[in-house]
Design a protein. Structure first.
Lengths: 265, 304
């Protein structure tokens, strides 16, 4: 074997193994990442949008843009949220207890921290692919065709990680998947419906607005929409970014602890 | 190669391993024998640096598993109790992906994988998915995978549990070849024939303790007689013969279905049984095996 001066970071080696599995399904996955938001946008944006845009009062509520332009950028953040859930609940638990891939990893030079790091990189990749699919669809429409889609993909990845890391830390503590459905029905679906993806949250009662403002999804949606439509100022951007980063950092610390406990008892 | 002194592993209030001492020399093949729950797997996991010892000392290659885990793990090959293959990947990709965990360059992984698949007789299946492979094939693939980093120490946790006799013999043959190449093997098993086939030296574990240590031959000599005479009487008539048969062998054991006499010479013992007026329905004289030692030391009660 030739001497190698550069070693691959250990978390990247974990990422490679996830990618090796993905390589088998990449085509359908990438197509899905593109087709699903397209169908969604055409259905919601054109159908519901036509109804709403006819109403003369709607322009002031939607900051002067069409319903499609209002709704479409939010799809970056909500897609990120759902992809993260998929990848951090069942797919993560599987590698702890059914497929056992994570266990195999820690019998090599990799540590539990490397596994957590590689998993985080992989969540980011999955979200990145899905958000790019949405961004490509957004290029089709005049109002959302903007270079700001590039940083908006970044905002979507951050939003995704704000869910993926705390949820994979949670998955690492589970012995079965019974609670996952509850997490989705009682957590994710309400966040999806109430976080201002479909309408401005100012339409909601005040107490509910205060709760919604605490969700990563609302912060992510505000960022993606604000950047794509250019309706957000720097202070607000920094605030949303910081808030999401808080979840990412908290989730990362939790992952380090729970992955360690699970893999090295 | 491995030195353990007063090694303990506790989980909350359960003591899995309770103060064991053992040494494994390079090139040796060393076995942990014991019933379920004896602490074999916990000991193996500590050696494999995936479970930190609660107390005591453990060194592997002279290194400390708590501080130098990644380095030690980089030099050992692990065959876990349940196969941890990636069912989504092909046979070849399982080896390559695993090799990458050790940061072995991809091309080198492929080169080694080709040799290893040859070694475990899976070359024809290299592009197949893992899922449809038989239990024996998966086990062989797991062994191939554990060899990708060219380890000089292999840890095998119940390597042939659940395999059919053909698959077990193929596996033993491959492990024997590794031993011939100088690879140190450390294995756990509850199959006596496996221990006799593969181990130069073994320890018998029971409830977290080591209760005996030696070569398979010496353990039989120490803890059993040369031969065992098995007598079978009519149903329900096995009990109550202890007194009559006393003194024929070193030890007598009455089971629900048979009476076992631990003797030096089975033929003459059987003659003595007849002389004392007993007429068994059937009798069998056999050499003492590791199984007799095992049952003597760890008892006949079911553990789980």
């Amino acid at each position: 074997m030739t001497a190698r001066s550069i070693t691959t970071p250990r978390a990247v080696r974990v990422w490679e193994s996830q990618f090796a599995v993905y390589r088998r399904i990449w085509l359908s996955n990438v197509l899905g990442a593109f087709v699903q938001p397209l169908v969604f946008l055409l259905g919601m944006g054109l159908g519901v949008g036509a109804l709403i845009d006819e109403d003369p009062g709607s322009a002031s509520i939607l900051d002067g843009v069409s319903y499609l332009a209002f709704f479409a950028p939010a799809l970056l953040a909500t897609t990120a949220m759902f992809i993260s859930v998929q990848s951090s609940l069942w797919e993560t638990l599987d590698q702890f207890m059914w497929g056992n891939q994570y266990r195999a990893m820690v019998s090599t030079p990799l540590t539990a921290g490397d596994v957590a790091g590689g998993a985080a990189l992989w969540h980011a990749t999955r979200v990145g692919i899905a958000a790019t699919g949405v961004a490509v669809v957004l290029l089709f429409f005049d109002e959302t065709r903007t270079p700001a889609l590039v940083p908006a993909i970044g905002a979507a990845i951050l939003t995704g990680l704000a869910y993926a890391l705390p949820l994979s830390a949670y998955s690492a503590t589970r012995q079965d998947d019974h609670t996952f459905v509850l997490v989705i029905r009682l957590g994710l679906v309400p966040m999806f419906l109430f976080s201002g993806a479909f309408y401005p949250i100012t339409e909601l009662p005040g107490w509910l607005q205060s709760i919604v403002r605490l969700t990563p999804s609302w912060n992510g949606i505000e960022l993606c929409r604000g950047w794509v439509l250019g309706t957000i100022d720097a202070t607000e951007s920094v605030f949303h970014l910081a808030y999401l980063t808080l979840f990412v950092v908290g989730g990362w610390i939790a992952c380090r602890i729970t992955f360690g406990r699970r893999l090295l008892p | 190669m491995i030195v353990a002194r007063d090694l303990c592993k506790r989980f909350d209030d359960f003591v899995a391993v309770d103060g064991v001492d053992f040494d494994v020399a390079p090139g040796e093949s060393f076995g942990f024998l014991g019933p379920n729950g004896a602490g074999k797997t916990s000991t193996m996991r500590m050696i494999g640096c995936v479970s930190p010892p609660t107390s005591g000392t453990l060194t592997i290659f002279g290194l400390d598993p708590t501080a130098d885990g990644p380095e030690i793990r980089g030099r050992i090959g692990v065959v876990p109790q349940s196969d941890q293959l990636d069912a989504e990947l092909s046979v070849l990709d399982n080896l390559v992906v695993y090799g990458r965990f050790f940061d072995i360059p991809r091309a080198e992984c492929r080169r080694r994988a080709a040799d290893l698949l040859e070694f475990v007789q899976l070359t024809e299946r290299r592009d197949d998915r893992v899922e449809p492979l038989s239990g024996g094939m998966k086990r062989r693939l797991t062994i191939a995978r554990s060899l990708i980093n060219e380890p000089n120490l292999m840890l095998l946790d119940e390597p042939t549990t659940g395999l059919d006799p053909q698959a077990r013999h193929v596996l033993w043959d491959r492990l024997y070849r590794l031993k011939q190449r100088g690879v140190t093997l450390v294995l756990t098993t509850h199959y006596m024939d496996e221990a006799e086939q593969l181990c130069d030296r073994l320890v018998v574990m029971d409830r977290g303790h080591i209760v005996a240590e030696g070569s398979p031959r010496s353990l039989i000599e120490q803890h059993s007689t040369r031969e065992v005479l098995e007598l079978r009487f009519e149903v329900g008539c096995n009990e109550g013969r202890d007194g009559d048969l006393a003194g024929i062998g070193d030890r007598i054991e009455t089971l629900p279905d048979r009476v076992l006499l631990y003797v030096h010479d089975g033929e003459s013992a059987l003659g003595e049984v007849h002389r004392r007026g007993h007429d068994p329905l059937g009798s069998l004289i056999r050499r003492s095996s590791l199984e007799d030692v095992f049952l003597r030391l760890t008892g006949r009660t079911l553990v789980d």
